[in-house]
Design a protein around this ligand. Structure first.
Ligand SMILES: Nc1nc2[nH]c(O)nc2c(=O)[nH]1
Length: 475
């Protein structure tokens, strides 16, 4: 691939162990790897040279939880203003009609938004495999990631406990356990690459305690561990989930996970809001990680993630935007800001700085994904995954007093350049490898098709909001 020199940056925010910054610094990259970084590096030229005067460089953000296919079901009036179970029940009926092309296009849109907001590695949890849709579905989003040039961590999700067996999802979107395990093994064998600068690592991800069976959890854990791949699931997201576990399984959610082999330093959960103090201590000591998804937790009124208790107990915490249906966006930069504001309110004004939140979204996320040797900070020996912002932009005027927190506090959601593994994938704020306008048009047509098909089947009016406007309620 050759060499790349990025020189004369206004500042480089490294997020290394000392949180070093290099005002006036440069980075020298060979192939995917950072070979030198600082103000006094022994390289003056390279195959490609970028003059970064006036630009600030940050480590690429790492998204630890997403459902990219949900990009086609955002801003649906009927799925607003409800909590997780009602929200899922509404949306399962739409997701039933997803096609392979929808998975590809929704991933292109979601991953494109992530790259444009400074994200360089994205984990995804794909768990809807409807009856009657043939094809190797998760492969569609892997194809999209390859085309856009983002580092990708697809997790092969699954649901096996349909409504007729006491689960939440309709039977039409659950699969037989043998089918799930066979396809998961195929995905691991076809795509998983555990090398330091791998572009694809695969995880195993049964969906949630109310949508999978005990047997599937056990067998999935055995499969994942036999290949040495990581394990991911939703846990402790809502009180409804806790009640489901207590009533139907006689266990708290974490007890259920322990019982089925789903505790350990190769496991990360999404959300983790409703763990009690003993459980948080246990998670810290056994090395479990959590993908914190603040926007989604607020939107679905799920609760507030106890971040300070988690960090104080040594739990690995990373950041996730969650599926677009419970966020309506895939902006990692915006998520860092929202996280910062949420915890000012919850944990107090001095608990977490904007720079601490940037740490969670970079270093913290790399630990959650078990990938700290390759990504998460800008230092020699790590991948050249980074984003840059141009301080000359209007929204930064009057704010150039702390370079680490600048793009977070000012609330910008777009970066000027994103580089993944030494390759430029966003330039002047635009995706390099795809025509954005054409993609947007194709994607909206496909999303409308899916919604209209669902409406025909269910006879629901998805355009109808759940609540009346507040004026109507009040007067
Ligand atoms: N926020 C979300 N929580 C979930 N639980 C579950 O079973 N599926 C989901 C989901 O898509 N989003």
């Amino acid at each position: 691939m050759g060499s790349l020199l990025i020189k004369n940056a206004r500042n480089i925010i490294t997020m290394d162990g000392k949180r070093q910054r290099f005002p006036g610094g440069s980075i020298y990259i060979e192939d995917q790897e950072i070979k030198a970084i600082g103000t006094d590096i022994p390289y003056e030229t390279a195959d490609t040279v970028i003059d970064a005067r006036g630009k600030i460089i940050y480590p690429g953000l790492i998204n630890t939880h997403h459902h990219l296919y949900q990009t086609f079901t955002r801003n649906i009036p009927m799925a607003q203003d409800c909590e997780l179970f009602d929200w899922l029940i509404t949306l399962y009926d739409i997701w039933r009609h997803i096609r392979p092309e929808d998975i590809y296009l929704s991933a292109m849109v979601g991953l494109g938004e992530l790259l444009k907001s400074g994200c360089t590695t994205a984990a995804d949890h794909f768990y809807v495999f409807p009856d009657g849709i043939s094809g190797e579905l998760i492969d569609e989003e892997i194809r999209a990631a390859g085309e856009l040039g983002i580092r990708f961590f697809p997790t092969r999700g699954s649901m096996s406990l349909g409504r007729s067996d006491g689960g939440l999802p309709p039977d039409e979107v659950v699969q037989k356990e043998s089918v799930i395990l066979k396809d998961t093994q195929r995905v691991i064998e076809t795509y998983h690459d555990n090398s330091r600068f791998s572009m694809i690592r695969v995880g195993v991800a049964p969906c949630s305690p109310f949508s999978v069976s005990r047997d599937l959890l056990k067998e999935s854990a055995n499969l994942a561990r036999s290949y040495g791949v990581r394990m991911h699931t939703h846990l402790a997201e809502t009180k409804d989930e806790e009640n489901f576990c207590l009533e139907k399984l006689g266990l708290r959610p974490l007890e259920f996970m322990e019982d089925t082999g789903w505790v350990g330093d190769d496991v990360w959960y999404a959300h983790g809001i409703w763990f009690n103090d003993d459980e948080i201590m246990k998670m810290g000591s056994c090395g479990c990680g959590v993908a914190h998804c603040p926007s989604s937790n607020m939107k679905l009124s799920s609760g507030t993630f106890p971040i300070m208790k988690m960090l104080q107990n040594g739990v690995k915490v990373g950041l996730g935007v969650d599926g677009s249906a419970s966020n309506d966006a895939s902006s990692m930069l915006m998520e860092v800001k929202i996280m910062n504001l949420l915890h000012k309110l919850q944990a107090g004004s001095t608990a977490l700085s904007a720079e601490d939140c940037l740490y969670v979204a970079t270093r913290g996320s790399s630990k959650v994904l078990g990938w700290e040797d390759g990504i998460g900070s800008l230092e020699v020996g790590k991948a050249a995954d980074l984003f840059m912002v141009d301080t000359g932009r209007l929204e930064f005027a009057g704010a150039l007093f702390d370079d680490a927190s600048l793009p977070i506090l000012t609330g910008t959601s777009q970066v000027d350049m994103t580089i993944v593994g030494g390759k430029i994938v966003v330039k002047e704020g635009r995706l390099v490898n795809i025509d954005e306008e054409k993609l947007a048009m194709r994607a909206q047509i496909a999303a409308s098709r899916m919604l209209e098909t669902a409406a025909k089947h269910t006879k629901m009016n998805y355009y109808k909001p759940r609540i009346q406007s507040f004026e109507k309620q009040l007067y």
